[in-house]
Design a protein around this ligand. Sequence first.
Ligand SMILES: [Zn+2]
Length: 191
Amino acid sequence: MRCGKPVRCEEQEYCYDCMQVRHRYDRGLSLWLHRKPVSTSIYQFKYHNQRVYGSFYAKEMAVAYGRIVKRWKPDLIMPVPLHKERRRKRGYNQAAVLGRELGRILGIPVDDTSLFRRIHTDPQKALGRQDRKKNLRRAFALKEDFRPVPAVLLVDDIYTTGNTIDAVSEVLKKKGVEKVYFLTISIGQGY
Ligand SMILES: [Zn+2]
């Protein structure tokens, strides 16, 4: 009912993770579980210049969740940004590729410039869960001229703990956005 992760039994409304954490976003959904062949496909999309996969994912998202997104009524689609150093190295932000395609199909404006990542969050693996969260909380920012809208749909490739989506949601809500939703290609297997 929150992150969209499949749960063991129908009576269970929230996954184990969502029962423990108060998420900052409102609702979200993912297309597939993060396992093969999905994980391989996303890897190619992210690291091996298979940008073309973006239109396939976006089409699948529109078919699976177009009606739900319409109900959410997002005013803007915002891809989760990469730090500019990383984007330069990779040549593109895979979330932006996906977000732009989705926006085109669903007819929703895409803003891929207002939100940015100000801290390189690479040494994440060396940090504990709490430090990682703290680090991420400061990682995102909005440009001064961003005008808040009632609802934003975030787009990213993978949802794991939700820390990233939460961090971005917090930034948006602080600026006056009321509802934040997300769509990702895959989601980690939970409980
Ligand atoms: Zn959950």
